[in-house]
Design a binder for this molecule. Structure first.
Ligand code: SF4
Length: 733
């Protein structure tokens, strides 16, 4: 790349392992209300940032150092326990590779390099760069990509100048299809945690959902408890996952045929009169249209499509109906597979509705949020149109933090419509949005770019200014009040130790930028004062919430009463088996099965997932987690028959080549197994980093993202499907 070379950030500008011995040891002032335990440790209650679940943590601090992180007994989403990643937060805090100083890209004699900058220099560059683009091209030439809870301050910062092109890749890569499918079917968005009464369920059906590998703390706790209670698990998955290992039935479905399977299950429920007639008659619309669509998809027909026998399909449908309403099909996470994800999740929610499990013990439930009053804005900023930028008709119109799909921003950066990228916590080259090559092209094309990050991830080598944020253990963030669980809650993130090196919290960085723009009073005088003001409106205070890190209300009534109308927020007020909204938009009112591309000869569908120790960029370089034996690198799972055909042996390293001829930069270890079908291979995402500054993560395994060159965008709501990529094996390159 000639215009913006990738810059290897010199270790001079990173923390450096030697710095570990000279860590600043001061505990942040004002933590007097944090309790002490019997061992002389201060316990700071906060919440985790290693994934979107945001469990409550108890951070143990001794002599100014975090010694351990355990699950908060007070927070409903941790329930006293954490997943492995949550306990490994110290691995991020004390990562010797952390960004230590602001960096500014310089060009001299045809060479590009980063120079260490003062905060004032870096903020002047960021404020000036964004101002210039805004002046010349208007607010829609600036876009923000974000991942992580700390972004709220930057959203507020951008709202001051009318920048409203904001995307979270997690929408188009993970939760978006389930969110929108649930809006269209039940009239409310599915949330985190997803609304299933796992605790009381007797029969749980999963399609390719990897609980146990992808750790969603409370859900995994409840599923484990369910298994102990004797609840049955059914897993449709081309691979024998950890969850499949706990299942009553593992059904190795042919990839890309799930909607056919779901239609066949509906066919059995209806044709054998196993569905809940009373619920369907009273609370749903579109039953006739649904039957019209699924009546031809008999188990025999579905068997030829899905490779699952008609008998097995009938068995599962009958068992599901037998255990209902204490039974559900889970909507899952990272749902974007083949470009029709929203319709696939609609099919799941229709299956749920047919057995009448809505708001019933063990079925689909809607959690209530903590009613925290919002203070009036302290600062009047110019009114800008609250525009939704996405071109997809069923993209959410009510999320200011997500006004456009992230791949639309990437594409607009390539076409020149977006001229400045502000990237918060997203390692764009390794984020699946449109694959690595497209991400790099976008980073090359924009006139100005900024990354706010903790680690020298790949993205930090491509931007103009790098701003080092401190970790979640060193800062306040906004209150976590947007979500709900069995008990409504509001949670606090608070610093356990002072920011290390020259890193700063996001709230301070955003304030410095608005100050530089000459816009004052956007934020409360201090972050503590802002939090305290909000909490006082709810009859609490910052001092109070610090003691446990969370305010919890009594559990809400999750279940419906017999005969009670549902009054759902859908056009009909009922559960929509057939969606008039989709029909009016030119889409299928009832999910249809369509055939997806097959692998070329000698190639295999590339499936992906997670490891319990490492997920997301934030854990990529975490030595504490990575050194656990099973997580050192990713492997490619290859069926025994396929391995023999390609003369591959267990433990051998190969490169992978995709259907477009892209060959993985680094080799990957072969795992020969019978636990995967012969038409697919499987690898964990998040490995194969090529940023040398991530000293632990560098060159471990192969990058899944590098091998994505084909994406199938959901035309209704913009999710990116990328499981229509296929790979083969290359022994030498
Ligand atoms: Fe942290 Fe694990 Fe909870 Fe995610 S599930 S928030 S990583 S403890």
């Amino acid at each position: 790349f000639s215009r913006r070379d990738f810059i290897k950030i010199s270790s001079l500008f990173l923390a450096g392992s030697a710095a570990l011995s000279t860590l600043p040891s001061g505990i942040v002032s004002g933590l007097g209300s944090n309790p002490m335990n019997g061992k002389g440790e201060k316990i700071v209650y906060s919440f985790c940032e290693h994934c979107f679940w945001r469990c409550g943590v108890a951070v143990h601090v001794s002599d100014g150092r975090v010694t351990k992180i355990t699950g908060s007994e007070y927070h409903p989403l941790s329930n006293g326990k954490l997943c492995p990643r949550g306990t490994g937060g110290t691995g991020l805090l004390y990562d010797p590779d952390r960004l230590a100083h602001p960096l500014i890209r310089e060009r001299k004699g045809g060479k590009q390099y980063y120079r260490k900058a003062t905060w004032d220099e870096a903020i002047t560059a960021v404020a000036g760069g964004l101002y210039k683009i805004h002046e010349q091209h208007g607010p829609s030439a600036i876009a923000m990509l974000h991942h992580g809870f700390g972004v709220s301050f930057f959203k507020k910062m951008f709202s001051e100048i009318g920048v409203n092109k904001i995307a979270k890749p997690s929408y188009d890569l993970c939760c978006g299809p389930a969110r929108q499918a649930t809006v269209l079917t039940y009239g409310y968005p599915s949330d985190t945690p997803e609304g299933f009464d796992i605790m009381n369920s007797k029969y749980m059906l999963f399609f390719g959902t990897h609980f146990g590998e992808n750790m969603h703390n409370t859900a995994v706790q409840e599923i484990s408890e369910g298994i102990r209670r004797g609840a049955k698990i059914v897993v449709f998955d081309p691979r024998f996952s950890t969850l499949a290992g706990k299942a009553e039935h593992w059904l190795p479905i042919k990839p890309a045929t799930d909607i056919a399977m779901m239609q066949a299950l509906m066919n059995v429920l209806i044709s054998e009169n196993l569905y809940d007639k009373e619920f369907v008659e009273q609370h749903t619309v579109g039953f006739a249209e649904l039957w019209e669509e699924v009546k031809e998809m008999t188990p025999e027909k579905a068997a030829t499509i899905t490779d699952i026998s008609a008998d097995s399909i009938r068995t599962v449908a009958r068992e599901f109906a037998f255990h209902a309403p204490a039974a559900f099909v889970h909507t899952g996470r990272r749902t974007n597979w083949y470009g029709d994800a929203m319709q696939r999740i609609r099919a799941i929610q229709i299956l749920n509705a047919l057995v009448g499990n809505f708001k019933m013990p063990g079925g689909v439930v809607a959690f209530e949020k903590y009613p925290l009053p919002q203070p009036p804005p302290a600062h009047e900023h110019p009114a800008y149109e609250k525009e939704v930028h996405s071109k997809y008709p069923f993209f959410p119109k009510d999320e200011p933090s997500n006004t456009i799909a992230s791949h639309e921003i990437v594409q607009q950066a390539i076409t020149g419509e977006v001229k400045a990228l502000f990237i918060y916590g997203v390692n764009l080259p390794e984020t699946m949005t449109l694959g690595r090559q497209t991400a790099l092209e976008a980073l090359q094309k924009v006139d100005f770019s900024v990354a706010v990050d903790v680690l020298p991830a790949e993205v930090t080598g491509y931007v103009d200014v790098v701003l080092p944020e401190c970790t979640y253990l060193e800062r306040y963030d906004d209150l976590d009040n947007g979500r709900a669980f069995r008990t409504p809650f509001v949670a606090l993130r608070q610093p356990a130790v002072a920011p290390m090196f020259e890193s700063k919290p996001g709230n301070e960085i955003a304030r410095m930028i608005t100050d530089k723009w000459g816009i004052h009073g956007v934020f409360a005088p201090t972050v503590e004062a802002g939090l305290d003001k909000k909490l006082k409106l709810a009859g609490s205070s910052l001092e109070e919430i610090k003691k446990r890190g969370v305010l919890v209300m009594p559990a809400t009534d999750l279940y419906r009463k017999p005969g009670e109308p549902l009054n759902l927020n859908t056009p009909s007020g009922k559960v929509e088996l057939a969606s008039a909204q989709l029909k009016a938009g030119g889409f299928d009112a009832v999910p249809k099965y369509t055939k997806h591309p097959e692998a070329p000869a000698g190639y295999y569908r590339m499936l992906t997932g997670r490891k319990p120790m490492l997920t997301f960029g934030r854990t990529a370089n975490n030595r504490f987690l990575g050194d656990l034996a099973t997580a050192q690198e990713n492997e490619v799972w290859v069926n025994t028959t396929v391995a023999s055909k390609h003369q591959l042996s267990h433990g051998e390293y190969v490169h992978l080549k995709n259907q477009a001829g892209i060959v993985s930069e680094f080799p990957i270890k072969v795992k020969v197994t019978q636990r995967i079908r012969t038409d697919a291979v499987y690898m964990v995402h998040g490995f194969g980093h090529n940023a040398k500054e991530l000293k632990w993560a560098y060159k471990r395994g192969a990058s899944h993202n590098q091998l994505i060159s084909k994406t199938d965008i959901d035309p209704a709501m913009g999710a990116v499907g990328f499981q229509n990529n296929f790979v083969t094996f290359v022994k030498e390159i």
